[in-house]
Structures are given as structure tokens and as C-alpha cells.
Design a protein around this ligand. Structure first.
Ligand SMILES: Nc1ncnc2c1ncn2[C@@H]1O[C@H](COP(=O)(O)OP(=O)(O)OP(=O)(O)O)[C@@H](O)[C@H]1O
Ligand SMILES: [Mg+2]
Length: 612
């Protein structure tokens, strides 16, 4: 592990780099103002010495004497500095707020590049990376609230004025500024260890209890969680658990602080010794006539001004944190960031059914040891409708995520329309695939967006969006919204409204069908109809198969009566395709499919409800 000054330097280098790239103009102006403001106190220190030093001369010789001229010059300088200070302060405030705005955008852009840049999603499931990302997002947000760039400029300004004060002290005794610097640095270092460990703590703790606490707080206040908390009476338990977990996270923080606080006593001794020694010597020299009053005034002020070589308090705290965040964001960016986020696919050729080929596909989730798919072979000719069935956890959704290129297979090959999912252009591949994921998104955005996201080019054209909505059997949704495509699908917005589970599924399906209209040749539906009643599901599947004719379709469903009309059915078991054929062939084979189908049919016969 690198030493503390090296790490601090690295943090500030990353921070400066992001600031500079976010806006050269505002960074230049803000730093220029901070430097000027940092130099001005030295001028007043010297002017005050001149003023005091010439007081005796003015008293005896009047304003027209040499001493008088010096006193007047000093007063003019004071006036000028005070005006300049006000002007620089105003310019600095203006530049800092502009710079902060640019900085926020630059940080968000970098974080988005990390979250969204990689073509696949495995990095988001890697625990240390997810932790680092969560902490950076949180600290980035907090850092901006606390004024990261502005505080860093305050630190720069104060350090600079302390440094110039030390140079002035140099004119008294060469060792005096060194002694003061040593005293303040030791003091600052012992206390500053806290500052620098803050960000590390956040990272460490975010991974464990703190993350859990944040989650529990979200559950307590969430809209989506309100129903279950009430029905199961979880409120008290959750509040208690939140408090326990939060305290346990904080105990770790306090323990860390205690560990770094041992040396603070030594820091205080060093600081007191340095101050005591220099002030005693200044006093001694003044009383013994070795130092004029004017010079005494200058050196005593300079000595006090060196205080900012030590700890600066809140600004340093905030700036250190902002710099730490910047370093982590830069590291994440180097590992995962790409500025060209995957864009919406360019429309592919009209409705051409895409062929799918999987050969010997083996895939293991990053967090798992055993492969979920192992030696899976599947070949789907263009235009075929294929149903995938299998028990819970068999790997159906995993297979679909691989087809969408969201994960890379450990071995074997996957091609869609001849594009290799491992080596080919993923943007082109995705332009050919339309998916309704099992956990599809319910965007709290207008209906237009919820459907238009399937192909952004169609988003503005309500007439064309109405076609996939109708194909998905969702015309009733539009009727409920009085035909207003701009109604937000969330009751949390003015004029907005929420949908039922089945209506949401139709909206998600319409989104995927919009992608099909935009040229995708492979439509994948992962249990998109679980919230529909059986008849609605059967009807929808049959209708879909007729409207998307020519497009390759892959349907996942647990209701075997609904998928029996697919051209072909495969059963996924033990990480591979265990059975493959038409409904009739699989029934005749008497395997897993036949057993599952008979079981469901029996229940249907007994209860009249195949949905059970
Ligand atoms: N992100 C993940 N990380 C680790 N394991 C996962 C992840 N997602 C799924 N799994 C595991 O992989 C296996 C296959 O899951 P998958 O979601 O593909 O099953 P499925 O066949 O779609 O099941 P269901 O019918 O319940 O939807 C399961 O054991 C599941 O726990
Ligand atoms: Mg699934």
C-alpha cells in the first residue's frame, strides 16, 4: 500500500484531472481567483507592518515626512486590497458554482460510463465493483451537496496564504518557518488521517452493514414496499433492525477512528512547541531591541497565518472526500468505462426472421461455482416459433440473457443471424433481438416512452405505436388513458395513473413488438403473460404467432397448454436441452414434458383451472 502523501497526491491528481476536463475555462478562472485571494493576506501583513512601523515618524514629522508617505501608501494598499478582495471573492463564487455544475455532469457521465459502458452486465454483479460504484455514486452526490470543488479551492487558497506567510517568516530566521511548518504538519497529519480514511470507510462499510441499512431504510419508506409492510406488520421490526444495523456500521467507523486517533496527542505537543518557541523568540528579540515594532507586527501575523499549513477543518474534510471519490471514479473508469455507451440499435432489415445457433454453451454466473448452462446445443431456423419449458431455476431466463449478449458464455458459441455474441458487434446483434424479460421494467414515464423505447425512432409517432399496442392486446390501456399517449404510468405524478399487472405485461409486450416493427427478427418472451388469465394467454400467444409471422419467436412459459401451438418445444434440464420436438412428439416420448403436461392436464380436469 502506498504511503499517505502519495495516496493524497494521487487523489488530488485525479480530482484536478476531472475538474480540468469538465471545464478548462471555469477551472482556470476559479483557480486564478483562489491564487489571487491566497496572496492578498501577505500584502496586508506587510502593509500593516509598514503602517505600525511608520507611526512614530508620522507623530513627530507629520504626513509630509518620509514616514508619512509610507503610512499613506500603506493605507492606500489596505484600501485597494480590501476592494480587490471583494471583487475576487465575487468572481470566485461565480466561477465556483459554474465549475461545480460542470463537475457534477462530468462525474455523472463517468459513473454512467461505468454502469452502462460495458456491453455486458456481469461487472455490476461483481461485489467489490458494485460496492465501489454504489459508494462513488453516493459520495459523488454528497460531495456535490457539500461543495467538493468549492471546498478544494478554499483549501488551495488557505494553503497558499499560509505558504506565503511562511516565506515572510523566512526573513526573520530561516528555521522559524520550518519549525512552524513541522509543528502544523505533524498536527495536521495526525488529525488528517481521519480525513483520508473517511472514503475508505465508506467503501468498506457500504459493502456490509451500511449497505444493508440503506436498503432497509429504502424498504421502510418505499412506495412499492408499503403494501407488504402493512399486511405482514413489519414496521416495528424493520425500524429496530435498521437501527441495529446502522449502529453496527457506525461502530466500525468509530473503531477505525479510534485506531487513527492515538497519535493526536503527539500532534498537539508538536504544534504547541513550535508556536511557543517562535513566539518566545520574537518577544525576546523585540524586548532586547533586535526587532523593530513594525517587523514584530509583520512576523507575529505571519506566524499566525501559518496555521493553515495544518488542518483546515470542514473544507479540507470535504475536499479530501471529493478527491477520494474522484480517484475511485477514475479507477472504475479505467477498468470499465467507455464513453460510447451502447446506443439504440440501427433498424435492421425488415422483419427478416433471425436464425439462432448455440453450440456447446457453458455458462457460470460470476457469483457461482457450478455452471448454470453446461453443454447446451440449440439451433433455431429463421421464422420458427420455439417454446422453452423447464422447472424453476432450470436456466431458461439465463439462456435468454445470453442470447441478448448480456453475459458472455464461458465456452461454446452463440450466433444470431450469423453475428457471434462473443466476437461480433453487440449493438448490431441487439438490434435484431426484442425481449420481454421476466423482470421487465415499468418505467414511471409516459405511455409513449414505455412503448416507444422499443425503437426510439418510432417514439414520436403515436399512430405507429398504436399498432404494436393493439397486437399486444393493450388497446384497453390506451382507452383507460383517454387516448393520451403522454399520461405518465405512475400514480405518483400529476395526472399519472398506475396499471394492473396484466396491463403492464401488455405494455412491455408492445414495447418488444415495437422493436420488431423497427426491424428485430427475433422476439423473445420470458413468461410475459404470467399475470394474464389462461384464456387471455392462449389467445395472446396465438395472435402473436400470427402477427409476427416470419419473425423467429422464443416463448418461455410454465403453462404447457399455452405453448403447445409453437412449432417446436424444448425442455431445459441439467443445463442443457433435454427434450426437443413438437407437442405431440414430446407427449409420445413420455419424458419430462409428458409428465409435466399430464400433471397440469389432470389438475385442469379436477379443478377446471389449468392455472393452478
Ligand atoms: N444473477 C445471478 N447470479 C447468480 N445466480 C443466478 C443469477 N440469476 C439466476 N441465477 C441462478 O441460476 C439458475 C437459473 O436461473 P434462471 O433464472 O435462468 O431460471 P429459470 O429457468 O428462468 O427459472 P424460472 O422458471 O423460475 O424463471 C438458478 O439456480 C438461479 O438461482
Ligand atoms: Mg425465468
Amino acid at each position: 500500500m502506498a504511503s499517505m502523501p502519495v495516496r493524497t497526491a494521487r487523489r488530488y491528481a485525479a480530482f484536478t484531472d476531472i475538474l480540468w476536463r469538465s471545464s478548462r475555462r471555469w477551472t482556470g478562472l476559479a483557480v486564478g481567483c483562489a491564487v489571487l485571494a491566497g496572496l492578498l493576506p501577505a500584502v496586508t501583513i506587510i502593509a500593516s507592518g509598514v503602517l505600525v512601523g511608520s507611526a512614530g515618524g508620522v507623530a513627530s514629522g507629520g504626513l509630509s515626512s518620509t514616514a508619512g508617505h509610507r503610512a499613506v501608501t500603506a493605507l492606500v494598499v489596505f484600501g485597494a486590497v480590501s476592494v480587490l478582495y471583494a471583487l475576487v471573492g465575487a468572481a470566485q463564487g461565480y466561477a465556483t458554482s459554474a465549475l461545480t455544475a460542470h463537475y457534477v455532469v462530468a462525474m455523472d457521465d463517468r459513473l454512467a460510463a461505468v454502469s452502462l459502458g460495458p456491453d455486458r452486465i456481469a461487472h455490476l454483479e461483481d461485489v467489490p465493483t458494485a460496492r465501489q460504484l454504489a459508494a462513488a455514486v453516493e459520495a459523488g452526490r454528497e460531495g456535490v451537496n457539500l461543495g467538493g470543488p468549492g471546498d478544494a479551492l478554499v483549501v488551495l487558497q488557505m494553503r497558499l496564504s499560509a505558504f506565503v506567510a511562511a516565506l515572510i517568516l523566512f526573513a526573520y530566521q530561516w528555521w522559524a518557518p520550518l519549525l512552524m511548518a513541522a509543528g502544523w504538519l505533524i498536527f495536521g497529519w495526525t488529525l488528517g488521517r481521519w480525513v483520508n480514511t473517511l472514503y475508505d470507510e465508506l467503501i468498506q462499510v457500504t459493502g456490509s452493514d451500511r449497505r444493508r441499512a440503506e436498503y432497509l431504510r429504502g424498504v421502510l419508506h418505499g412506495q412499492g414496499t408499503a403494501k407488504e409492510i402493512r399486511i405482514f406488520g413489519l414496521a416495528d421490526w424493520l425500524v429496530g433492525r435498521y437501527a441495529d444495523v446502522w449502529m453496527s456500521a457506525m461502530r466500525l467507523v468509530w473503531r477505525n477512528r479510534q485506531r487513527t486517533s492515538g497519535l493526536i496527542g503527539a500532534g498537539i505537543v508538536a504544534m504547541v512547541l513550535a508556536n511557543g518557541l517562535v513566539i518566545s523568540l520574537l518577544g525576546h528579540d523585540a524586548f532586547t531591541g533586535h526587532l523593530s515594532t513594525g517587523r514584530l507586527v509583520v512576523f507575529v501575523q505571519a506566524m499566525f497565518a501559518t496555521v493553515s499549513l495544518g488542518l483546515i477543518g470542514d473544507p479540507q474534510w470535504n475536499a479530501g472526500r471529493a478527491a477520494g471519490t474522484a480517484e475511485h471514479v477514475r479507477d472504475l473508469g479505467r477498468r470499465f468505462g467507455r464513453n460510447d455507451r451502447p446506443a439504440a440499435g440501427t433498424p435492421a432489415a425488415e422483419h427478416a426472421g433471425a436464425g439462432v445457433e448455440l453450440r456447446g454453451v457453458r455458462f457460470t454466473y460470476p457469483s457461482r461455482e457450478r455452471p448454470t448452462l453446461d453443454g447446451l446445443d440449440l439451433s433455431v431456423p429463421p421464422g420458427q416459433s420455439l417454446a422453452i419449458v423447464g422447472v424453476n431455476g432450470a436456466g431458461k431466463s439465463t439462456l435468454i440473457k445470453l442470447l441478448a449478449g448480456l453475459y458472455a458464455a464461458d465456452s461454446g458459441s452463440i450466433t444470431i443471424d450469423g453475428i457471434d455474441a462473443a466476437t461480433g458487434n453487440l449493438t448490431e446483434l441487439r438490434a435484431r433481438v426484442a425481449v420481454v424479460f421476466q423482470d421487465f421494467l415499468r418505467y414511471e414515464l409516459p405511455l409513449r416512452d414505455n412503448i416507444g423505447f422499443g425503437n426510439l425512432a418510432l417514439r414520436g409517432d403515436a399512430d405507429r405505436l398504436a399498432v404494436p399496442l393493439d397486437e399486444a392486446g393493450g388497446t384497453a390501456v390506451l382507452d383507460r388513458l383517454d387516448g393520451d399517449w403522454d399520461t405518465v404510468l405512475s400514480a405518483a405524478y400529476d395526472g399519472g395513473t398506475d396499471l394492473s399487472g396484466g396491463q403492464w405485461q401488455r405494455v412491455a409486450l408492445a414495447r418488444a413488438l415495437t422493436a420488431v416493427h423497427g426491424g428485430a427478427g427475433l422476439l423473445i418472451l420470458d413468461e410475459p403473460t404470467a399475470a394474464l388469465d389462461v384464456r387471455a394467454e392462449v389467445e395472446l400467444f396465438e395472435r402473436l404467432l400470427s402477427v409476427v409471422g416470419g419473425v423467429t419467436t422464443i416463448l418461455v412459459s410454465h403453462r404447457l397448454s399455452s405453448v403447445r401451438h409453437a412449432d417446436r418445444i424444448v425442455v431445459v434440464a441439467d443445463g442443457r436441452i433435454a427434450e426437443d420436438g413438437t407437442h405431440d412428439e414430446l407427449l409420445a416420448a413420455g419424458g419430462l414434458y409428458a409428465r409435466m403436461f399430464t400433471l397440469q392436464a389432470q389438475r385442469f380436469a379436477e379443478t377446471g383451472d389449468v392455472d393452478a
